[in-house]
Ligand binder design. Structure first.
Ligand code: PLP
Length: 223
């Protein structure tokens, strides 16, 4: 199947309120251009260096999302252009994002990652840690970030009940916290769902799906 066919098929199956992030990690620029030419403007990468290179070579109206686990010392390279950071899971990282956003005279939008998978290899905050972070006084002083939602990754399993339980849990936490608003916090976006599980995620209330292999085909290496 062609990329164009894959993309159209997915777009036709997404409700209007769900944003598609085309996850282009490991894929060459020419394939991203092809997807861009089909009208897609939101791309997700999980490595800063790769995203910086692709940003340099592709049209400037692309919205770049950092979806991977992020190291503090890499934030500065993407701070001039990144539009959403999905997987923020600690305070020091937020502090660094705020600092680099300020240097670039910008506000950077972030999602907090809730740990929802049972397997302990996945990153993310517990519900308590997430609430503490959100309500902390120091957060209010971060004038160059905006926390706009939550993100989570379900366990990689064929067990559909487990996956939907995990998504439902994230949705429940989201519903609890979305009433909390401050100067730099207003939770509107719920980023959950990948190629294998995005239909479940949408049924559970996702507003943003991160889809790679169902658009671009399988990745030859997977990092
Ligand atoms: C790679 C990746 C995806 C997309 O995975 P697919 O299964 O190819 O759709 C989504 N989210 C994150 C955080 C990823 O690293």
């Amino acid at each position: 199947m062609s990329i164009q066919h894959n993309l159209t098929h997915i777009q036709n199956n997404l409700p209007d309120n769900v944003t598609l992030v085309a996850v282009s990690k490991t894929k060459p620029i020419q394939l991203l251009q092809e997807v861009y030419d089909c009208g897609q403007r939101v791309f997700g990468e999980n490595k800063v260096q790769e995203m910086v290179e692709k940003h340099e070579h592709l049209p400037k109206d692309i919205e770049w999302h950092m979806i991977g686990h992020l190291q503090r010392n890499k934030v500065k390279y993407m701070a001039p252009f990144v539009s959403l950071i999905h997987a923020v899971d600690n305070f020091k990282l937020l502090k660094e994002i705020n600092k680099q956003a300020k240097k670039n005279n910008r506000t950077i939008s972030c999602l907090l990652q809730l740990k929802i998978a049972l397997e302990d290899s996945k990153f993310g905050l517990s519900q308590t840690e997430l609430e503490n972070l959100l309500h902390s006084d120091e957060l209010k002083s971060f004038e160059h970030i905006k926390i706009v939602g939550l993100m989570g990754m379900a366990t990689f399993t064929d067990n559909e009940k487990q996956v939907t339980d995990e998504f439902n849990y994230l949705k429940t936490v989201f519903n609890t916290l979305k009433h909390y608003k401050s100067l730099n916090c207003n939770l509107q976006t719920l980023s959950m769902g990948m190629s294998g599980d995005y239909k479940h995620a949408i049924n559970c209330g996702s507003t943003m799906v991160r889809i790679g292999s169902s658009i671009f085909g399988e990745r030859t290496y997977n990092t």
